[in-house]
Design a protein around this ligand. Sequence first.
Ligand code: SF4
Length: 369
Amino acid sequence: MFQNRTREIKIGTVMIGGGHPIVLQSMAATKTTDVVATAETCQRLTEAGAGIVRIAVDTQQDAEALREIRKRTTANLSIDLQENYRLAELAAPFVDKIRYNPGHLHHAEPNISWQKKVERIVEIARKNDCALRIGVNCGSLDPSSTGNNPMLNIALDSAFKHADFMDSLGFQRFCVSIKSSNPSIVISANRQFASLRYDIPLHLGLTEAGMPPEGVMKSRLALEPLLAEGIGNTLRVSLTVPNHRKQEEIEAGHLIVQNVRQGKILTAADWTPDQLNIVSCPSCARVENDRFVALAQQVREATRFMKNVPLTIAVMGCRVNGPGETDHADIGLWCGAKSVNLKRGTNLIGTFSYDEIVQKLLQELEQLL
Ligand code: SF4
């Protein structure tokens, strides 16, 4: 498969970029402090073909759990940091890569500039032999750059700004991702980024792709054209499946790479999706309630009768990308520990129990139909 010649970076035992084969990734959906289950998931995903497995780290306990997880798996580990960038220091000795989200660097310690925070993360990466990923997500963009700009421009601006800042620090061992739940935005953002920064390896992904089979088809639509153009060095297919089925993300990744090798590229002309678009996150350690995956499935079943209605419903597992992603949907549900927030666009309609929420959703949809 033709690939743009980006620089290569080492992540544990794998290399990405520089013409190396595409590396597939997935993420554990267990509580990070559940060391046995998380290590077992990482190992299972590695045996299924994951070159890198990501783990969410939000608390000191999560970071400390990595010491034991590291001993129990041979996986190349990446941590997923959101607001608490300081945890990088505790976690880095036990992992191979650190992902940070530029949009979430602003929340904790707002009096410290993002540049200072990134400097610290880079210092920790250098000291602990870790690579970095600048992980831009359209569901959680930098709140200071929103305004009236289209989402695509804000996401690209954030990616360029952080990549330039890495250059200014003389740090090259990083990759970039620009993810959205919209395949067209993923394609445009990555094409534009690769056309100007062809030196930087790209991690591709359609975020919140949803449940299979639709989530696999939407991911194919976003990723296959890019890979066919030589754009992308590593990828993750984000599927809403329970943790024991996470290897389906790797199977879908293999399918995508194989299709591109065989010249079978899915395009919008080849697939007519249901007009009802259900966007749902893949869940991870941050999921607020274990009923989330079942809730996403219930929403799909309850709305099958309106599959030809052109609406987007977002079902999200927590507040990390929940509020942002539901802002962009016609109807959004995002999960709290004991209740689910129901929104119409940016407006909160109310907060309902897990037992009530599907009925409330249907009542809200009735008003839209
Ligand atoms: S929105 Fe879903 S995948 Fe994203 S951090 Fe929350 S639970 Fe994890």
